[in-house]
Each structure stands twice: as C-alpha cells, then as structure tokens.
Design a protein around this ligand. Sequence first.
Ligand SMILES: [Zn+2]
Length: 257
Amino acid sequence: MKEIRKIEPNIWQYVFVEGENNPDIEVNLTALLNGDKAFLIDTGFPLHANQVKEDLLMRGIEVEKVILSHYHPDHAAGVSEFDNAQLSCSVHYKENYKKCSEVWDSKHNYKHPDKVINNNETWKYGDFVLTFIEAPGHSKCSLITLINDRFAHVGDLVMSNDEDKPIIPYISEDGDFNEHVCSLEKIRALDIDSLILSHGKSICGKKDIEREINKREHYLKSVIESDGKADIETTLIGGSASWSYTIWHSKNLKSLM
Ligand SMILES: [Zn+2]
C-alpha cells in the first residue's frame, strides 16, 4: 500500500500501485466509514482488497457493502475478498462480468452482484446520502457516485497518473466517445467542489474541475469531429508530452470503426 488519503474524517482512500503492466497508475479503493462498518467503492485486485480488509479489521471495522464504479478487473477482481459484503453495481454489468471472467482476467474469481443499481437511485448509508448516476463512455456500466451532494466518485471517467499528469480518456470495448462526452457533461452539471478518482488524486475546487473536464472533452470532441483523423497533438491540450497513456489513443480509435 502506498498511502491512506483521508478525504474527510469518514472518507478514506487506500492508494496502491496497479502493478507491472501499469506501474505509474494508482489504484484507489474508497472507504465510507460508518462506525464499525464500511462501504467500499471499488475493490482493486485481490492483493489490494485483502490489505484494505485487514487494515480495516485491525481498526475494528468490517466492510459490509461494496459497489463497483464499473465492472473491469482493476475495480472488480478484489470482490472475492469480501464474501460477506453485499455487492452492487450497474444494471448494465453483465457483458463486462463475462469478459472479466472469461477473457480479460480469468485467473480471478468474479461475483455477480447481490443487487443491481438503476440510474439515479439514492441510498442512505449512516451519515451518507449516495446517488448513483449512469455515466457510460469509458464502459457501458460506469456509475458516478454522488456523496452528500459534495463529492462525486467518477470512476475512470477522469484519470491521472502518479505524477498528476492527466491520463487520456480510455474507450473500452463497450465504451463510446459520444457517451463519454455526455458523462463528462453530467459531472460538470453536478457543480461540486471535489472529484474522487479511481486512478489519481482527488481534484478539488470548481476551477480545477472545469479545467480537467475541458481537457478531456477537448480530446474526445476533436477525435469525434475529425472522425479519428486528427493528429493526436491537436487533440491534446498542452501536447502529448503533458499527458500519460497516449498509447491508448490508437485503441480508442477502434471504437469509432
Ligand atoms: Zn480502472
């Protein structure tokens, strides 16, 4: 574990390094604390999940609920460490569940959710009011979790690396450029002060949030408007050197075909 970031006294983020394939991408597991119970957003890989479980247990806290920002291996594989917790994710999870278990990462055990989440569903959890907003684009099953109308956990819709460089938006197999733009618009419309990411440090303050959303929108829209033909340098504000994971650009273009 790299560190525990305390976003609020009762919102903690456990930060890990993803691993060999992506050594400069951090994986964050976000814990909402409620007395001796916790609600986890994302689970990382089992190695990450196990350390979070043990750390919380050491403090007398048990994870009782888990939700996934979306059903990809680096968010969902760790669920196997939380057998007794209730698992929830988007109602659109099935295709990626299948790909996780059969194609992408069959060495880990994946779980079907105990409960699926519909768009705009609101839950109360201790002192938290949580609203889940469908936000496809990175993947079909992506959810934004709005926490107490103050924080938004945005999953992989906004990502940055361990040096705080923006990571280019990634359009996975069931992702979509136009939907990704719409989902960024949804984040903007929330008009809040803090974005919690699955990969990278939180983005705080409306000005910084607006700037970071703009950058990603500029990339997505430039690619859409040029039908994928735009030079990557013109799609990335500040040029490709100020971005990370630009190698994903060529993969992204496949989704336009
Ligand atoms: Zn991810």
